[in-house]
Design a protein around this ligand. Structure first.
Ligand code: GDP
Length: 462
């Protein structure tokens, strides 16, 4: 267990009715006791609150309430103290200074949670869930994070991993009896277990599309010739919303994104720089450029109208950019100008594209704001369709997604080494690999770099 006593402001940095400073470490009671005028904290019962003053020598800094938590029933599992003071940033600073003067040190980002993990109270995916809960901005992401905090994903994987570990032990036992050519591990049963593990891993990997949509939003690209009505549409969609210019941590893109929230999901309109201003300078973009632009998008909105486009070129475009993981919504814009005849045009678009390519057509007048609700409904439906069962565990983390894919590959290698009746040594080796990648999610197998990466994204005080 770590001997350092760490301290940090746990509440937001700014003026508030109350601020809370958190202290953790074996010597927490001693350190805080040196500056607290009130109850003897070392003798106080766990989970009790005490009134008193924080002192710097003879000077009173603030009137406070101090909560005492004895190891191990605490967030970090270590002795912990929480000091509730009058919420002034200046007081917070003075209290932290006096704590440091008396033996504490400032906590690093995420260090409290890291201790909870290192001391075995939570696993790594639960630690990550804490960061997600703090960052959650809507119901869906809060629920997914809470489910992960309760151990959703870890439990599913731990059970499978435990079964695999049993087999691994048996296979390794065979190695000890190599000369006798015995088979302790029933290969047929092992293959059946691999089936189950693979199915579960695939489910989890698939759930990431939804989890990622909830957590990070869905990327939408708007494409169309100059004057197709792209910026008019964007303005109509974002009418009530204040345009948000976001830069997402962890990505190197510097494109401007505008965000539309529908039922708690963020739809990020990518690469809209310039769209909202003038259209005069915008050149028509070719298919190659369009493909680049929509490479990371999940939804494509393609605007056309009867005056400027032909069904042939629209069909051609759709066929060229089609991908299985891209939802294509064709927006027949400016129907206020053409009215009923638009059906004839759209039917020939449909016929030219054919049945094998999935897309939908929505009639629109971006200027008159007709069809906008239908479009919003269609965006919402996209996310709802990604959702499988409400109760299913959903992956929301890129790290988990990568570990799961790695696990799937290593499970496949195990299967191959059985099916190709490779040596027991090789099978044991592949099994160890699979166990390791399955253990990465919960943090049973990890390294300092991964940990540093995860916890440095936390705020200080968490
Ligand atoms: P962009 O180049 O694709 O961004 O196109 P704009 O949104 O700037 O629109 C180009 C022109 O088409 C503007 O004069 C718009 O007012 C007009 N426009 C856009 N949508 C509609 C529509 O639904 N109906 C009509 N009649 N005009 C539209």
């Amino acid at each position: 267990m770590n001997q350092d006593t760490i301290c940090a402001l746990a509440t937001a940095n700014g003026v508030g009715a109350i601020g809370i400073i958190r202290v953790s470490g074996e010597n927490s009671f001693k350190v805080v006791g040196k500056v607290f005028k009130g109850t003897n904290l070392s003798k106080a019962t766990s989970h009790t609150v005490h009134y008193g003053f924080i002192m710097d020598g003879v000077e009173t800094i603030d009137e406070v309430m101090v909560s005492v938590f004895h190891s191990p029933r605490t967030f970090t599992t270590e002795n912990s103290v929480e000091i509730s003071f009058h919420g002034s940033p200046h007081i917070a600073k003075k209290i932290l200074e006096v704590l440091i003067k008396n033996g504490a040190r400032m906590a690093k980002a995420g260090e409290f949670t890291m201790r909870a993990f290192l001391n075995g109270r939570i696993d790594l995916s639960q630690a990550e869930a804490i960061a997600d809960i703090i960052a959650s901005e809507n119901e869906a992401s809060r629920k997914l994070a809470l489910n992960q905090l309760k151990g959703g994903i870890s439990m599913e994987i731990k059970a499978l991993r435990a079964d695999l570990l049993n087999f691994t032990s048996l296979v390794e036992l065979e190695l000890d009896f190599a000369e006798e050519d015995v088979e302790f591990a029933d290969r047929t049963a092992l293959l059946m277990l691999l089936d189950r593990i693979e199915a579960k891993l695939k489910d989890l990997i698939e759930s990431f599309t939804y989890g990622n949509a909830v957590k990070n939003g869905v990327e939408v690209a708007i494409i169309g010739k100059p004057n197709a009505g792209k910026s008019t549409l964007l303005n109509a969609l974002l009418k009530e919303e204040r345009a948000i210019v976001s830069d997402i941590a962890g990505t190197t893109r510097d494109t401007i994104e505008e965000v539309l929230h529908i039922n708690g999901t963020a739809f990020r309109f990518i690469d809209t720089a310039g769209l909202r201003e003038t259209t005069d300078t915008i050149e028509a973009i070719g298919v190659k450029k369009a493909k680049e632009k929509i490479a990371s998008a999940r939804i494509l909105l393609y605007l056309y109208d009867e005056l400027e486009n032909t069904p042939e070129e629209i069909a051609q475009f759709v066929k060229e950019v089609y991908r299985e993981d891209l939802k294509i919504i064709l927006l027949h814009n400016k129907i206020d100008l053409t009215g009923d005849d638009s059906d004839i045009f759209d039917n020939s678009v449909k016929n030219l594209i054919g049945d094998s390519t999935d897309f939908e057509i929505i009639k629109l007048s971006a200027r008159e704001k007709t069809g906008i609700d239908i479009l919003k409904g269609s965006l919402d439906a996209y996310v709802n369709n990604l959702k499988s069962d409400e109760d299913n565990v959903v992956i929301t983390s890129q790290r988990h997604h990568e570990s799961l894919q790695k696990s799937l590959l290593s499970v496949k290698s195990v299967r191959e080494s059985i099916e190709e009746t490779q040596t027991t040594e090789l099978l044991a080796y592949e099994l160890r690999n699979a166990l390791e990648s399955l253990g990465e999610i919960s943090g049973e197998f990890t390294n300092d770099e991964v940990l540093g990466n995860i916890f440095s994204k936390f705020c200080i005080g968490k």
